[in-house]
Write a protein that binds this ligand. Structure first.
Ligand code: KG4
Ligand code: ZN
Length: 342
């Protein structure tokens, strides 16, 4: 284990549709720049070919902006970290190729990072507004591509104890939003409307899965579709007249599914330190219910700072930092991996 007490890491995140570059000094974030790609909203979802092209356009100016914001010279960097996977292959290739070239040019170590591990270790970023969970803890990792309950024993030992067998929870939000005519990504919009609606207005049945800790969301999406089609047939204005109540009911159903599984996971493992991670953990209802669980079930919950929940490069940087201390470096032969597991 290295004991350097001054390490600068530049991290690149390009797994999906946002180009992120962060610079960390040890476990502190000096800058966390994200260039969002607006282009996809008109297509109702991320178009992989357009995403990789936009990454190519963004990567050089975003790296330059990050160095400027952090106020450091690239010669001060100790390592380059990048997202190896999982994600969209074309997008990952842009980030990994750039990271390799930069590490080669500066003659510093290259560190490939698992995106899902990064969502979890975002909790270890040294920031006054968040608390680091102690080991072992459970993490509900919820994003547009993943839904998992993970048992974390140390920074590098993570075991998936439950996961979705079909759609991810972010997809459940986004597809429901699409049915309601809301633009992509619909999750934040469902959240916004839900705050003004009645969560008990409509009841959607919860799915059953074989393994008690696994999730399934494709049935819910179909149930919502049939329900909306039926209602719109009777009243063409049904959606606009009841949008807030529909969103609140969908959000309530999804939150209840997540909480039921978490309760089971706590029962099975005996672990009561619960963290959330991933883009969907920005959801206000999920945050609220989890906070309430502290008193209700005697859990300690860890909710990351908003900017570290969505895809961002700071979370890649913190994994890079721990791997740097552990001297877990990659050579230039490393390749991106679209379906990377822990
Ligand atoms: O982690 P993330 O930024 O990207 C992936 O790795 O997938 O997660 C994006 C997902 C999208 O599905 C988006 O709709 C969802 O997170 N999301 C939300 C909210 N904010 C983002 N879903 C529900 N409520 C929110 N407030
Ligand atoms: Zn993500």
């Amino acid at each position: 284990m290295k004991t350097n007490n001054s390490t600068y890491i530049l991290a690149i995140e390009s797994s999906c549709d946002d180009t992120g570059v962060a610079i960390l000094h040890n476990d502190k974030v000096l800058c966390n720049v994200v260039a969002n790609q607006e282009i996809h909203s008109q297509y109702g979802g991320v178009v992989p070919e357009l995403a990789s092209r936009a990454h190519q356009q963004n990567i050089v100016p975003v790296v330059a902006q990050a160095l400027k914001q952090a106020g450091i010279d690239k010669k001060q960097l100790n390592a380059i970290a990048f997202t190896k996977g999982p994600g969209l292959m074309g997008s990952l290739l842009v980030g990994s190729s750039f990271a390799k070239s930069m590490a080669l040019a500066l003659n510093i170590p290259l560190i490939g990072v698992n995106h899902m591990q990064a969502h979890i270790l975002a909790h270890f970023i040294n920031d006054d507004s968040q608390q680091k969970p102690p080991f072992p803890f459970l993490c509900l990792t919820i994003s547009g591509g993943h839904t998992q309950i993970v048992k974390i024993t140390d920074h590098f030992t993570m075991e998936v104890i439950g996961e979705t067998i079909d759609d991810a929870v972010g997809e459940a939000f986004d597809k429901s939003a699409k049915i309601l005519g809301l633009p992509y990504p619909g999750g934040p919009l469902v959240d916004k409307h839900a705050q003004l609606g009645n969560p008990n207005a409509y009841i959607f049945t919860k799915p059953k899965t074989k393994n008690s800790l696994d999730f399934s969301f494709s049935g819910l999406k179909t149930a919502i579709l049939y329900f909306i089609q039926k209602q719109v047939k009777e009243n063409p204005n049904f959606i606009e007249e009841n949008l807030n109540d529909i969103c609140a009911s969908i959000q309530f159903t999804i939150t209840t599914i997540l909480m039921d599984k978490l309760k089971k996971a706590v029962k099975q493992t005996g672990i009561k330190h619960i963290a959330i991670a991933g883009g969907v953990s920005a959801n206000s209802e999920i945050r609220k219910v989890l906070k309430k669980a502290e008193n209700k079930y005697n859990w300690t919950t860890y909710i990351p700072k908003f900017e570290y929940t969505m895809d961002n490069a700071a979370m890649i940087g913190i994994v890079g930092y721990y791997k740097y201390l552990d001297e877990q470096f990659d050579d230039l032969g490393i390749t991106a991996s679209a379906r990377m597991k822990f």
